[in-house]
Write a protein that binds this ligand. Structure first.
Ligand code: ATP
Ligand code: MG
Length: 450
């Protein structure tokens, strides 16, 4: 079907035209039944009130590819306030980019008002703001559907679907690009990245997720402007990093991010450590990402704390070297290094405390897991991070950081009955601890003044 569709098109440049290519009922594989009930209702309600409304973005793209959409987004010419008035259970969210969340039963549908370009005339007022580098600080200038199409990131994301007449409206030649499996930015690539550098991360995410190529010009501009990503607020980068790593293609995403020098902007200390790889850093990180992908594809839970613990492990190991000098104890070096690595990382990607605290516990368990004599092993198993710490240990063994053996011991210990556990714990030789760091002499209680 896609092959046939491409014959309808002649243009190959991603310029938005005023007249869309309309692919009518029967000429494409989509059907309204594939749209969630909530999204259909939102479109119907908006249309019956006289507004234009379409399904747009990832859901149309994914359905054309035969994939299950992650969510259904609606675009309309109704303003956020009008949408908010029309739907009882809705609220306006966001400042930089206002949208409306409409609740329909168990679903939340994102409704976005058509956006326009920021010409000087339209941009006066406080709903549009740009930084001196061209970054869009606010993007709330509303416009027509074709203006909206030109404001979207990639051609494949600028397809509008009308479930009522079962037609697709393609303003930017997105369908031929989908057919050629190309990620093609709309408009001038460097300008579009300058407006919003997160688009570079989105290009990588879609390339990894869909197995698409990034079109040459879209790709070349990344090399020129990749540094602009550092200007994005750390809280937004945290959201984007989660999206990059939690969609089941984290390994290929990581490789592409490194290829386009974006990884070093997101994780500067890890990228620097990878340059000093003692032989296992890269294997370790890639193995952690592979395991994450397997878990996500198997619908198993993945905790971001574990993921960040793994991604920052090379940075931690390098930083530990700095604090292990002299007679510092390993636990002292670990704590100091963990503090330093976490603080610096959060300046770039704001990982919330609910993830950094367990992440640091997973790291600390790496020092505690070898100390399992007597009752220690039993106590360790009670620790709420035990399972994550144990998985992390197995990863380190697999990557060749440490000799295997300890992981096996813990596997057997978990499988054993109480008696066997006791025998195992009794026969462990406690590893010798490194000399403690000298404590500073406490100040004299009654200092003598002369
Ligand atoms: P998925 O939901 O599968 O991750 P998506 O393409 O739907 O992919 P969303 O983040 O849900 O991604 O965004 C919905 C649509 O909004 C996109 O398809 C695109 O048209 C537009 N969009 C999102 N982010 C940007 C951006 N930074 N710049 C321009 N357009 C964007
Ligand atoms: Mg989406």
């Amino acid at each position: 079907m896609l092959k046939k569709l491409s014959k309808i098109f002649r243009k190959s440049t991603p310029v938005v035209s005023n007249e869309p290519h309309i692919i009518k009922d029967g000429q494409h594989p989509l059907s309204p039944k594939q749209i969630s009930a909530g999204a259909r209702k939102v479109v119907e309600q908006l249309s019956s009130d006289g507004y234009e409304a379409f399904l747009v973005g990832g859901c149309v793209r994914d359905l054309m590819l035969g994939l299950k959409p992650k969510d259904f987004d609606v675009a309309t010419d109704a303003t956020p306030e009008q949408v908010n008035q029309l739907f009882k259970r809705s609220r306006i969210i966001g400042r930089r980019f206002q949208i409306v969340h409409v609740r329909m039963g168990p679903e939340i549908i994102e409704v976005t008002t058509f956006r326009a370009h920021h010409t000087d005339k339209k941009s006066s007022g406080n709903d549009s703001r740009r930084s001196s580098k061209g970054l869009l600080l606010r993007d709330n200038i509303f416009g027509s559907i074709n203006e909206d199409a030109s404001r979207r990131d990639f051609t494949m994301n600028a397809l509008y679907y009308h479930p009522q007449d079962n037609s697709i409206y393609d303003y930017a030649d997105g369908l031929p690009d989908i057919e050629q499996r190309l990620i093609h930015i709309i408009g001038n690539p460097a300008d579009r990245y300058r407006e919003d550098p997160v688009r570079m991360l989105r290009a990588v995410r879609f390339a990894a997720k869909l197995g698409f190529q990034i079109e040459d010009n879209t790709e070349a501009a990344i090399t020129k402007v990749h540094q602009l990503l550092a200007d994005i607020p750390s809280a937004r980068l945290f959201d984007e990093v989660l999206k990059l790593l939690m969609h089941g293609h984290a390994l290929s995403t990581f490789r592409l991010l490194r290829q386009y020098q974006l990884f070093g902007i997101l994780f500067p200390a890890t990228e620097a450590a990878l340059a000093n790889d003692p032989g296992y850093y890269l294997t370790f990180v890639e193995q952690a990402l592979t395991n994450t992908d397997i878990r996500i594809r198997g619908d198993k839970r993945v905790t971001p704390a574990f993921l960040f613990a793994a991604l920052l492990w090379p940075a931690l190991k390098e930083q530990e070297k700095v604090f292990s000098q002299g007679d510092a104890s390993p636990i002292y070096a670990l704590h100091q290094a963990a503090g330093e690595v976490t603080t610096r990382q959060c300046q770039r990607v704001a990982i919330p405390r609910r993830f950094t605290l367990p992440m640091r516990e997973i790291w600390e368990l790496q020092l505690r897991l070898p100390r399992r004599a007597g009752s220690q092993a039993f106590r360790l198993m009670e620790n709420k991070r035990f399972r994550a710490g144990y998985d992390f240990l197995l990863l380190r063994e697999d990557a060749g950081e440490i000799e295997s053996g300890l992981g096996d011991w813990w596997t057997q210990f978990q499988d054993a009955d109480e008696d066997k556990r006791q025998t195992m714990a009794d026969s462990v030789q406690q590893p010798k601890s490194k000399r403690r760091r000298k404590r500073r002499k406490p100040p004299a209680k009654n200092p003598v003044h002369d």
